[in-house]
Structure formats: C-alpha cells, structure tokens
Design a binder for this molecule. Structure first.
Ligand code: HEC
Length: 207
C-alpha cells in the first residue's frame, strides 16, 4: 500500500517539475482560456505582441473602408486644408428625404448636453459656466462663426471634432451626421426668418 503512495508522490513531483520552465510570460496551458484572454481586450492589445508571433494585424480598418449600409465615405483629411475645403462640400441628402424628427432625436441625444436643446450653446454640461464642462460650446444659432458656417464645415467638425469638441464619427453614421447638420441648418433658417430683414441680409450668404 505504501508503494502506491510513493509512486503517486513521485509522479506528482515529476508533473510539477515538467510544468516549470524559464518562460515566465507564458502561462502555459490555460484553464478556461476565455477568462485568461479577453477577446475584447485582445482586439486592442498591442500589435507588437502579435508581430512577435508572426501575425501582422493592425486594429484600424483599411483606409476608405465603409461600414455595411453606410453612405460613401468622406474624403477630406483631418487637417487645416481639409477644414477650409469642407466649405464646398454639399450634403448628399436631398431636402425632402431628411426626416427632421429623427434628426432632432439624434441632436438631442448627442449634442444637446453641450449645445443645449435650444441650440444656444447652453446645455447642462455648460450651464452658464456652472457646469462641469470647461469650455463654452458654440451657440449654433447666434454665434457668427456657426450661423455663417457651411453645412460641409459643420459635417467636417462633427466628423473629426474641433478643438475641445470630440469626433462623433463613432457615434453617428455618415447619414446621421448629415441629418444632424440639416437639423441645425433648419433651426438656423427658422431663427433668421424670424429676425428683421436687415439682419438676415448680412447673416446669410446666397449660394
Ligand atoms: C462635450 C460637449 C460637446 C458636445 C456633446 C458637442 N459639442 Fe459641438 N462644440 C463644443 C465646443 C466646446 C465647441 C467649440 C470648439 C472650439 O473651441 O472651436 C463646439 C463647436 C461646435 C461647432 C463649430 C465647429 C467649428 O468648426 O468651429 C459645431 C458645428 C458643433 N459644435 C456641432 C455639434 C454637433 C452637431 C454635436 C452633436 C453631434 C456636438 N457639437 C456635440 C462642445 C460640444
């Protein structure tokens, strides 16, 4: 009977010794590997590790890639000349195809927290300077910069972000970004229609 214990002991010792090696960064066989390597984490993990294993992978989509069902891409670059050129870009959506109710919904979800439900740049995050956001969001109706801004430039800023405002390209599809821009333009249009004629003549440059 004692022999069995000695043999079992020796085998256990051998198993322990065999499973030790010098490669400290490799955990060897993993029990429940999906706990050890989170898929979500691996996607964004350093590609250097993968290169060592001979896997050449970059987590960024190939330039020009479109999400399934999204509209044709936007070719201007995120630099100062792209910003200037964006003024000439026209919305691909025809006026009668835009669902302004849906556009308003998207604006209220994504933008109103800063720019305000009235587009006056005074959303709850700013709250007349008492809110937690450190920079005043633009008043989208009366600020001369945004009041006179081409729709293409608005789209450019929403796509890439502008100074302290972040990009909304991950939250909104190309079509949704154009819809939100159309919503802002429609609000600007009704605001300037309500103003005296002398004011609108200087504010709106005819296309
Ligand atoms: C976290 C706050 C915040 C949110 C949310 C936000 N913005 Fe802004 N936005 C700003 C700030 C701050 C500026 C002024 C940036 C600057 O310093 O030029 C700005 C500027 C702008 C401008 C002017 C850009 C330019 O080229 O000068 C537009 C147009 C605009 N926002 C539209 C939007 C739209 C549309 C959304 C929703 C999709 C949105 N913003 C969401 C904070 C925000």
């Amino acid at each position: 009977m004692k022999k069995i214990w000695i043999i079992t002991g020796c085998m256990a010792l051998m198993a322990v010794m065999v499973s030790c090696n010098n490669t400290r960064r490799n955990p060897g066989r993993a029990y429940m590997p999906d706990m050890a390597y989170s898929r979500a984490y691996e996607t964004y993990s350093s590609t250097e590790n993968l290169k060592e294993k001979g896997i050449y992978y970059t987590s960024m989509p190939v330039e020009g890639t479109l999400a399934r069902g999204d509209m044709a891409g936007y070719s201007l670059k995120n630099d100062s000349s792209g910003y200037v050129q964006s003024a000439a870009i026209k919305s691909p959506l025809s006026a009668d195809s835009i669902d302004l109710k849906e556009a308003e919904r998207l604006y209220l979800i994504n933008c109103a927290i800063c720019h305000g439900t009235k587009l006056d740049g005074n959303g709850p995050l700013w709250n007349n300077g008492d809110g937690p956001y450190p920079v005043a969001p633009r008043n989208l109706i009366t600020d001369p910069i945004t009041a006179n801004m081409a729709e293409g430039t608005m789209f450019h800023s929403v796509t890439y972000g502008r100074n302290s405002m972040g990009s909304y390209a991950a939250q909104l599809t190309t079509k949704q970004r154009w819809e939100v821009v159309a919503y802002i333009k429609s609000k600007q249009g009704s605001a300037s229609a309500a103003k005296p004629a002398a004011d609108t003549a200087t504010a709106v440059t005819p296309k």
